[in-house]
Design a protein around this ligand. Structure first.
Ligand SMILES: [Zn+2]
Length: 411
């Protein structure tokens, strides 16, 4: 029997610089044997990290994301977009979790970023001004995340709802705001914080200095009212003008990018949740536990919240996270269907990313590497699931391979 050089733990994962998996006799020219680059590498990493999340959160909805079928009486479909030269699965569920699913989060974040960009562009083009306010409070390594979040929620309720800040902002011509929630983990423990984009009718005298002085003092009071330690004027409330707001938005989602090719530290040496997940994937148990705490604490929380009426004012269509996550390519065509037996091999051998890679190659080169990939992995799968041997004998395409195996086992 041919020797199989497979990383059984994680065949989805091929490091950017590593040599390819060397099992594909007919694959010499495929992208896999050249190592993954760019988008393909990022897709592979997202699938690997999703597998890690499922291990950490086996009961959450993410466990079925891009695994379970939507209609169990139909096959999984593979569709291809010839403009982007990308394949994707269809008739599979998507969890739509912006906090814990690396695959859905990337898609949702990109959609949200486009909305923010469009909103700022429209608003400033029609004479309006935008400021970015970041609110933080002092925290310690011993602070628990849930407790911090609930105190911050109280402080924020005062900050957004009390009469004084409302009248102050109204006086400056505020037309709306967008609130974003983020968290990092660093030497002082969890650091949950808020970014608020404020939209005003027009630029006003004093700009960010006026906002900083007034809102900084208001935020201090709100923190104290909510039982949080009083932040300094300088650190608690940071105000930036429109150009910085635009820069923030263009990076938004990218900072939390799940798709970095290496462990990248967040700002000031702190880690984003995706950094924690990446560390967990490489065997860091503490990082895994921290990701678990994060996931529990952020479950059900909105990542971005627009003030009432702002979306329609800035001509932004209202879409839920689920809608963005399930938004499929309208320009794609079906190129393949995957029988459940084959889908089980793909899932069990962690081939979701590699299989798409092969499909993309096959479409471009009129080849059949996707089938070859499956055939190559049948023995691996059957070693894990010997009870499936008989069932496979019914599958015509695999009949010979199975016969060969059976022969070998009776030798
Ligand atoms: Zn998902």
């Amino acid at each position: 029997m041919q020797e199989l050089k497979i990383n059984l733990q994680n065949p989805d994962f091929v490091s950017k610089k590593s040599q390819p998996l060397g099992i594909y006799t007919n694959f010499d020219a495929t992208p896999i044997n050249k190592g993954l680059e760019g988008d393909s590498f990022r897709r592979a990493e997202k699938y690997v990290l999703q597998n890690t999340v499922i291990k950490l959160l086996p009961k959450e909805r993410v466990r079925g994301c891009l695994r379970y079928r939507i209609s169990s009486s139909d096959d999984v479909e593979v569709r291809y977009n010839s403009t982007r030269e990308k394949a994707h699965y269809s008739n599979v569920q998507r969890c739509g979790s912006v906090w814990v699913c690396p695959v859905c989060s990337a898609q949702i974040s990109e959609g949200r970023r486009q909305e923010l960009k469009q909103a700022i562009k429209h608003h400033t083009a029609t004479g309006g001004s935008v400021y970015l306010v970041t609110l933080t409070n002092p925290h310690y390594i011993s602070d628990d995340l849930q407790g911090q979040l609930s105190s911050q929620k109280k402080a924020l309720k005062h900050f957004m709802g009390d009469r004084k800040p409302r009248e102050f902002l109204k006086g400056l011509g505020k037309v709306g705001h967008i609130r974003a929630m983020e968290v990092t983990y660093g030497s002082n423990g969890w650091h949950p914080h808020y970014h608020i984009l404020y939209f005003f009718e027009s630029p006003f005298l004093g700009g960010s200095i006026v906002l900083q002085n007034e809102l900084g003092a208001i935020w201090q009071k709100c923190c104290v009212k909510a039982g949080l330690k009083k932040p300094s004027l300088e650190h608690g409330c940071d105000v930036r003008d429109g150009s910085y707001a635009q820069e923030y938005v263009s990076k938004w989602g990218l900072e939390d990018e799940v798709t970095k090719g290496h462990i990248k530290k967040g700002r000031k040496g702190s880690l984003t949740p995706w950094d924690l997940l990446r560390l967990a994937e490489s065997g860091d148990d503490k990082a895994g536990r921290l990701f678990h705490v994060f996931a529990k604490s952020f479950k059900g929380k909105a990542q971005l919240r627009w003030s009432k009426g702002l979306k329609s004012l800035l001509l932004i269509e209202d879409k839920t996270d689920e809608e963005l996550a399930t938004e499929t390519d309208k320009d794609s065509v079906q190129v393949n269907t995957i029988d459940i037996k084959i889908w089980k091999i793909i899932l069990s051998c962690k081939l979701r990313s590699k299989y798409l890679e092969c499909i993309e190659y096959d479409v471009k080169h009129d080849a059949d590497t996707a089938s070859d990939l499956i055939i190559q992995y049948v023995p691996v799968y059957l070693e894990k699931h010997p009870e499936e041997l008989e069932r496979f004998a019914e599958t015509m395409e695999l009949k010979n391979r199975v016969a060969e195996l059976t022969e070998m086992s009776t030798d």
